[in-house]
Design a protein around this ligand. Structure first.
Ligand code: NDP
Ligand code: 2IT
Length: 449
């Protein structure tokens, strides 16, 4: 879709010149700005207040050296980041990604997406993201601890329960959050909810571990319901085998579907009998092993090298839960040809623009990441709530709130799409609904940033 509005066009052109070395960031921005055209046209006060120029520039970006000593005594140096993108509706909130591919472009795309996702949750959280090019794979527990402590030693100066509250993402789970939390507490001498995804005895919330995967299925269920369909009896393919994929597998199965494939960056497992999420948990959370070892637990499971081949498996529902741009146009067209009827994004920006266009053209139900995977950060906000009140809710209480939030996100996205004449387009609907609340807060606060 070509952008026609002069203001939107000029903001995007300017970003493309300034940040030509940040392709992921530009991809995320272009998709959002495209959908905002009708809002910008209908509300001239947004241009007057420079909202688009401001919302596309992080309020603050912190980059720092992270030095640590490996088990052989050698000094290692990584780069750490925190992108504090937007605090119009609450403290910066978003995960920490630990992966060798991490760079400023990836963290800016993630931080930018987080602004609108967090707004859709209806909870008071701004947008941020952080991470490092540190590779946790193959590191000992002690190495992970030393890295996390060093990373947090610097980050402590920039975060806090009312300032910026990081959490997990790729490569950052409960173990890493624990080491970071311990270091923050030691340096500040404060026991506060500075991070979410904490273990339960240290102020974590029940159901946070499950929340992104469960939320993704609750959202998908709403999408299916509106089309007169459900998960019952459907074949589901899920990419990835980490936190999001594991609990998406559990919930999709509970809702009556059969998950037939999961993957990691090396390859995928196909099991016609259905994937058991408990085996995934054992492999990934306990053994910290590769998904190919799934064949040791199931006689019917088959392993194939190469992760993108997973999209050639015929299925009714596809849930990409690994990483950005993992479904390109070619894979999308194969999924369509094989009869996929719904795609919902558990990962952040897993579909390329060409893939999204292919799904939409074919009339496939499409749930965009910032709406479909918002259950994780929403439950993080519920964790913040419990920490501030110094109490803890039961699993069912949190799960029920999560369910309500996902139903509401679907409604917001669907109604915003309808309001601006794009019925059924949840990409546009989620972008518009997420944007309007943040833009209104920015207008109200004046040009302070
Ligand atoms: P994990 O680290 O738990 O799992 C990541 C999974 O994705 C692993 O199976 C990993 O395989 C695979 N993966 C990672 N990078 C690549 C790659 N470049 N190519 C192929 N596969 C890859 O992370 P999460 O499950 O937490 O995160 C998955 C996605 O969900 C990310 O996009 C994240 O931003 C998003 N997300 C996470 C939320 C959360 O609460 N955790 C909330 C909302 C979104 P391997 O082990 O081989 O690297
Ligand atoms: O992308 C995401 O929403 C996350 N990684 C979760 C962030 C959070 O603060 O829980």
């Amino acid at each position: 879709m070509a952008i026609k509005n002069k203001y939107v066009k000029s903001v995007l052109a300017d970003l493309k010149t300034r940040y030509k070395d940040q392709p992921e960031f530009l991809q995320a921005v272009e998709e959002v700005l495209e959908s905002l055209e009708p809002v910008i046209k209908a509300r001239p006060e947004l241009e007057k207040a420079g909202i688009l120029e401001r919302i596309t520039e992080p309020e603050r970006t912190i980059m720092f050296r992270v030095s640590w000593v490996d088990d052989s005594g050698k000094v290692q140096v990584n780069r750490g980041y925190r992108v504090q993108f937007n605090s119009a509706i609450g403290p910066y909130k978003g995960g920490i990604r630990l992966h060798p591919s991490v760079n400023l472009s990836i963290l800016k795309f993630l931080g930018f997406e987080q602004i609108f996702k967090n707004s859709l949750t209806t909870l008071p959280i701004g947008g941020g993201k952080g991470g490092s090019d540190f590779d946790p794979k193959g590191k000992s527990d002690n190495e992970i601890m030393r890295f996390c402590q060093s990373f947090m030693t610097e980050l402590t100066k920039h975060v806090g329960p009312d300032t910026d509250v990081p959490a997990g993402d790729i490569g950052t789970g409960s173990r890493e959050i624990g080491y970071m939390f311990g270091q923050y507490k030691r340096l500040r001498n404060e026991f506060t909810g500075v991070l979410t995804g904490k273990a339960i005895p240290s102020g974590g919330s029940l159901a946070r571990t499950e929340a992104t995967g469960y939320g993704l299925c609750y959202f998908t269920n709403e999408m299916l319901k509106e089309a007169g369909k459900s998960f019952k009896g459907k074949k589901v393919v899920i990419s990835g085998s980490g936190n999001v994929a594991t609990y998406a597998c559990q919930k999709a199965t509970q809702l009556g579907a059969k998950v037939i494939a999961v993957s990691d960056s090396n390859g995928y497992i196909y099991d016609e009998k259905g994937i058991d999420y408990k085996i995934m948990k054992e492999i990934k959370e306990v053994k910290r092993d590769r998904i190919k070892t799934y064949v040791d637990y199931s006689k019917t499971a088959k392993y194939t090298e190469g992760c993108s081949g997973i999209w050639t498996i015929p299925c009714d529902i596809a849930l990409p839960c690994a990483t950005q741009n993992e479904i390109d146009e070619k894979s999308a067209k194969i999924l369509v040809k094989n009869g996929v009827m719904a795609v919902a994004e558990g990962a952040n920006m897993p579909s390329t623009p060409g893939a999204i266009a292919a799904f939409q053209k074919a009339g496939v139900l499409f749930g965009p990441a910032k709406a479909a995977n918002a259950g994780g950060v929403a439950t993080s906000a519920l964790e913040m709530c419990q920490n501030s009140a110094r109490l803890s809710w039961s699993f069912d209480e949190v799960d029920e709130k999560l369910h309500g939030i996902m139903v509401n996100i679907y409604k917001q996205a669907s109604e915003a799409a309808k309001k601006y004449g794009m019925e059924g387009n949840l990409v546009a609907g989620a972008n518009i609904a997420g944007f309007e609340k943040v833009a209104n807060a920015m207008l109200w606060q004046g040009v302070s940033y």
